[in-house]
Design a protein around this ligand. Structure first.
Ligand SMILES: Cc1ncc(COP(=O)(O)O)c(C=O)c1O
Length: 408
């Protein structure tokens, strides 16, 4: 099957396994009964002792923190979307990021990240990992390969970590370039990985593994979950990189629970049609904002024109522009607040990627932990609004923006 939407629909669940239930049942249990004491011994030898199961051996489940049926089904379907060998589901996007670093990067080596980043990831890097001895450095969207390699110097690069498009500025980074930088820094002792947080565009529009990324990360709280009613994270990639993360996941307990996995599986069925509608609406909304006198600037992938230096990347790296828009209102924080407080349809809250349209003020919320000088340097102003377009009628979203902008 060529289309991931079709391929994932029946993957991983055979109705004959469960009373002919068309849909995957929710296995709401914390533990699994062993067939016998000897079967338990064999299971633990495989899971803890690293023994390889025999061909066709049914390994079974032990305990829900380690693995459970709802994980297996939804992970198989998530892997399809990214064209990946394997996927893992986590308790949050943040725990997916943390488990990735803990598994694949040793303290003392360098994580080179794109900037800006989601504020929580930025905080994890500088307030959690740096004090543990990890080296952290960053580069912006305009840096050349030479500049990035100078920045690395003789440090031991373990990972290039990209968030593209970046939260909240929609800055974009070249994944192929990052993969080349990682390849150049790879030594016989350690491979430098290219890791991409693909939360903003998702696999519907951008498949980082096709551009040389090793691991792809998501806050599944956003477009995969899509209804603002669950918190989860995803990592996809080659089995050789995913397997040690699975072990780390049960050791540190960052596994997603059955109910979350089940809900996510349900949401995945409508992932593409939600994103398709939201993207179409976002194009109309961005056009409206770009022509509005109370709007100082708009950052939206769909507004990149042929003469833009990013036009080549736009052709190569993503197939549609997504539904995240950031824009600066004319004025500053006061005008941004007045705008937000005047919205009636669009909700003032910090998440994104759900069915309801959402707007927030990154300066004082999602990125409040980033110091003001850094925020300005990386293009986050106190006039900026981050807007996530939902499934409402686009004309109603535009009408709400129009009336709220009129209050400035
Ligand atoms: C780009 C991006 N990555 C990671 C995260 C963290 O995900 P979670 O909130 O699910 O822990 C977020 C959250 O907003 C995000 O926007």
């Amino acid at each position: 099957m060529s289309d991931p939407q079709s391929e994932m629909m029946r993957k991983g669940w055979d109705p004959e396994e469960g009373l002919n239930s068309l849909k995957t049942p929710l296995f709401h249990t914390s533990t699994f009964v062993f067939e016998s004491a000897a079967a338990a011994e064999r299971l633990f030898a495989i899971v803890y002792g690293g023994e390889t199961p025999k061909l066709g051996e049914d390994v079974g489940f032990i305990y829900t923190r380690m693995d459970h049926p709802n994980l297996v089904v939804v992970e198989g379907r998530l892997a399809v979307w990214d064209g990946a060998e394997a996927a893992l589901l986590f308790s949050s996007g943040t725990s997916a990021v943390f488990t990735t670093f803990l598994t694949h990067v040793r303290p003392g080596s360098l994580i080179l990240h794109s900037t800006p980043l989601y504020g929580g990831t930025n905080t994890m890097l500088y307030k959690v990992l740096a004090p543990l001895g990890y080296e952290i450095a960053s580069y912006g969207p305009d840096a050349s390969q030479d500049e990035v390699e100078d920045l690395i110097g003789d440090r031991h690069l373990a990972a290039v970590y990209l968030e593209t498009p970046a939260n909240p500025s929609n800055d974009v980074f070249d994944i192929d370039l990052a993969a080349r930088i990682a390849a150049a820094a790879t030594t016989p002792e350690q491979r430098a990985l290219t890791i991409v947080d693909n939360t903003f565009l998702g696999p519907y529009a951008q498949r980082p593994l096709d551009h040389g990324a090793d691991l792809v990360l998501y806050s599944a709280t956003k477009y995969f979950g899509g209804h603002d009613d669950l918190v989860a994270g995803v990592v996809t990639g080659a089995s050789a990189l995913i397997e040690p993360m699975k072990t780390m996941r049960y050791r540190i307990g960052t596994t997603a629970d059955p109910h979350t996995a089940w809900l996510l599986g349900r949401s995945l069925e409508t992932y593409a049609i939600r994103v398709e509608r939201e993207t179409a609406s976002a194009g109309r909304v961005a056009g409206f904002l770009a022509g509005h006198p109370k709007v100082a600037s708009v950052r939206y992938l769909g507004l990149i024109e042929d003469e833009d230096p990013r036009a080549d990347l736009a052709k190569r790296q993503w197939s549609s522009a997504g539904a995240m828009i950031s824009f600066d209102v004319a004025g500053g924080k006061e005008e941004a607040f007045r705008f937000l407080d005047s919205m009636r349809l669009i909700a003032n809250t910090t998440s994104l990627g759900g069915t309801q349209s959402i707007a927030c003020h990154p300066w004082t919320t999602t990125h409040s932990n980033v110091d003001p000088e850094t925020k300005l340097r990386i293009g986050i102003t106190d006039a900026m609004i981050r807007l996530s377009i939902g499934v409402e009628a686009p004309e109603d979203i535009i009408a709400d923006l129009d009336q709220a902008l009129a209050q400035i």
